[in-house]
Write a protein of this length. Structure first.
Length: 349
């Protein structure tokens, strides 16, 4: 793209001598070369920006780098993301938007306009696919599944019977939507399966990472709210409700019937017990364990969780425990010595 066109596409203001410079890629400040666009979102990296070989730098409106082609925007990191999107759009399946003859299409399947279905995809009866959705090889869609417009389902993604996927949803490779929830009743030493007859509802603009799983509800629906993003290797159990705009990092596990509010953020490997309610805009540190309800707006860490600020202080104390133990043992020896001396002198202790 021409530099001028790229600036217009991302909604930025161009400050450059050469508006026609060709932009062919995107890279970091350190790795960028001729033809690349990069970005600067912190003044502490201004030295790197001054030395970068990039053709253009996306910066905040308050920053000036003499001798560099600049695109000024309100949020440089967001501008960079939009630049990558403009330069390197997601590729559709090799079918070029067509329906491969090597895909299985069941009875009563409804396809929107410009749908791409790659070889080895499998669509059971009653499936509905919205406009411009891309289905990669190995994708399985069960009976009566619905998928909205402008979705991308990467290789080997699975959506089981009856589940509903909104618009602009991305399911990365190996993700499984609608597998059975983990529900059993134990009687006389045997575990009897509770039939899982609910569904999963994934609302618009959701992204599900590779090899993540979202279990169908026992009855009713497991719900992932609009705009929520799940990293790789995440487990969402049956009847969980996740609100809008949440960000969950890798290896999070959420047990059955728990509820997350809107704009909740989890670090990696956070675990949530069953039937827990977590309020809006809660932030949870990595490797934390949540065993009870968390009020809206709190920042918590630890297992079990408590206020993040207190957790930092407690962690610092924990790291000093070996030294504290040595000092305590030395103090005990000193006290024992004083007691012995008093006993020898006949004084009362």
């Amino acid at each position: 793209m021409r530099l001028y066109d790229l600036a217009s596409t991302i909604g930025g203001k161009l400050l450059a001598d050469d508006h026609d410079a060709q932009i062919t890629g995107a890279a970091s400040l350190e790795e960028a070369g001729n033809g690349d666009v990069t970005y600067l979102d912190s003044t502490k990296f201004i030295g790197l920006a001054e030395k970068t070989r990039a053709t253009a730098v996306i910066v905040a409106e308050s920053i000036n780098i003499p001798g560099k082609n600049l695109i000024t925007v309100e949020n440089p990191k967001l501008g960079f993301a939009r630049a990558i999107e403009a330069l390197l759009p997601y590729l559709r399946p090799a079918t070029g938007g067509g329906i491969s003859s090597e895909a299985f299409i069941g009875e009563g399947v409804e396809l929107g306009e410009d749908v791409g279905i790659a070889p080895s995809a499998h669509l059971e009866s009653g499936v509905k696919i919205g406009d411009r959705t891309a289905i990669y090889p190995g994708v399985y869609l069960g009976r009566n599944v619905s998928v909205g417009s402008d979705c991308v389902l990467f290789p080997n993604a699975v959506v089981m019977d009856g589940c509903r996927i909104g618009a602009r949803v991305t399911l990365h490779a190996g993700s499984v939507i609608g597998s059975d929830g983990f529900g059993y009743v134990t009687d006389s030493g045997r575990h009897h399966k509770i039939p899982q007859v609910g569904i999963v509802v994934i609302e618009d603009d959701v992204e599900i990472g590779a090899n993540s799983t979202v279990d169908r509800a026992t009855v009713g629906a497991t719900v992932i709210g609009s705009g929520t993003k799940l990293d790789n290797l995440i487990q969402v159990a049956h009847n969980v409700k996740i609100g809008s705009g949440c960000l969950l990092a890798s290896q999070v596990g959420i047990a059955g019937s728990s509820t997350l509010g809107d704009y909740v953020m989890f670090g990696g490997q956070v675990g949530v017990a069953d039937h827990v309610s977590i309020g809006d805009r809660v932030m949870v540190g990595a490797q934390s364990g949540i065993a009870k309800d968390v009020q809206s707006g709190l920042v918590v860490s630890g297992s079990p969780t408590f206020a993040h600020r207190d957790w930092i202080r407690a962690n610092l104390v924990f790291q000093r425990l070996p030294d504290v133990e040595k000092r305590l043992r030395a103090l005990e020896k000193t006290l024992d010595g004083l007691k012995t001396d008093k006993d020898k002198s006949g004084e009362k202790t």
